[in-house]
Design a protein around this ligand. Structure first.
Ligand code: PMV
Length: 309
């Protein structure tokens, strides 16, 4: 579906390739935009959102989290941008760690700005999406909406503002995203990791430091086009995520299923506790892998990481 005038606010979904959770403690993370995303445009009706693909309909002031998130978003936009009702066309699953809420926030901010004839700076879109994301996730790092706004492969270090740099990809490869289970609450997963750091002290901080090392090595391997090494590092990152307590037996099984089906490596992606696994495959071989894994899990799809030079 598309609006009559074709003018939509667009934003990318994302897949976290390396560094989730450790990013909360100042380590870098790498995320790549999905080819799929979210579009939003203004329609008649009470200020709110409707997203049929997610079975979602909410209005500002109805007591729902989505209504509250939209209210926070609009409150952080310039005053010339009035609240309105938005139709959201979503091509990423909701609540699966693929940045759906951030993509919705950015697409809505852009859709509202288009309807008001206002040019929206990325920095303003970032602050507005952060206000919306706080309603969903407590204190998010900002990674999801940074990718939703900018697209591409990004290295992200949290901060105010965050340090964000695009990364080079030396050779194309395929990523297969496998939807394994309902996603857990990101805020609850982040709290669980903080509690583990409190209990285990230096053991936990060493695991986070180790994730930071894997992220730096992965950035170099991506730049060099060494996809075999990227895959192996993904599997290492998954094991470290298991050690910090955010994997599940179902996610571990899906990682092994992907590796046994020919993936170069695989890991959970996002907050963990459920959601998705991402697997790395040689360019052109992702479709067969997605087909095999799609039969065993809720869904599997390929997103291509194109070489940048
Ligand atoms: O599950 P997602 O896509 O919301 O990713 C969460 C990533 C964390 O590092 C766990 C939290 C964050 O805010 O970066």
């Amino acid at each position: 579906m598309a609006p009559p005038d074709g003018r939509t606010g667009r934003a990318f979904g994302k897949v976290l390739l390396f560094g989730e959770h450790a990013v909360v403690y100042g380590h870098p993370a790498l995320a790549i935009a999905l080819e799929r995303g979210v579009s939003a445009w203004v329609v008649p009706g009470a200020p709110g959102v409707e997203a049929p693909a997610w079975g979602l309909s909410a209005s500002i002031g109805d007591g729902s989290r989505v209504g509250a998130a939209l209210e926070a978003l609009v409150g952080a936009l310039p005053p010339q941008i009035a609240p309105a009702r938005l139709h959201v066309d979503a091509h990423v699953p909701a609540g699966a760690g693929l940045g759906s809420s951030a993509a919705m926030a950015v697409a809505c901010a852009r859709g509202l700005a288009l309807a008001a004839g206002v040019t929206l700076d990325d920095a303003v879109a970032y602050d507005a999406a952060m206000a919306s994301e706080r309603v969903f996730h407590g204190e998010p790092s900002g990674l999801d909406h940074t990718v939703a706004i900018r697209g591409g492969l990004l290295r992200f270090v949290r901060g105010t503002p965050p340090r964000v740099s695009p990364l080079a990809i030396g050779a194309a490869f395929d990523l297969v995203v496998v939807h394994v289970a309902d996603g857990a609450d990101t805020g609850a997963m982040v709290r669980g990791v903080r509690e583990q750091r409190g209990r285990l002290g230096v053991v936990a901080t060493a695991l986070h430091d180790q994730i930071g090392v894997v992220v730096d090595e992965a950035a170099s391997a991506l730049d060099a086009g060494d996809i075999g090494r990227v895959g192996e590092l993904m599997s290492v990152n998954h094991s470290l995520l298991g050690a910090i307590g955010v994997s599940t037996p179902a996610l571990d099984a899906a990682v092994w299923a992907a590796r046994e089906a020919g993936a170069l490596g695989a890991k959970l992606t996002g907050a963990g506790g459920g959601g998705c696994v991402v697997a790395c495959a040689a360019a052109g071989s992702g479709a067969a892998l997605a087909e095999a894994l799609g039969r065993r899990y809720r869904a599997a799809f390929v997103t291509r990481a194109e070489a940048t030079s």
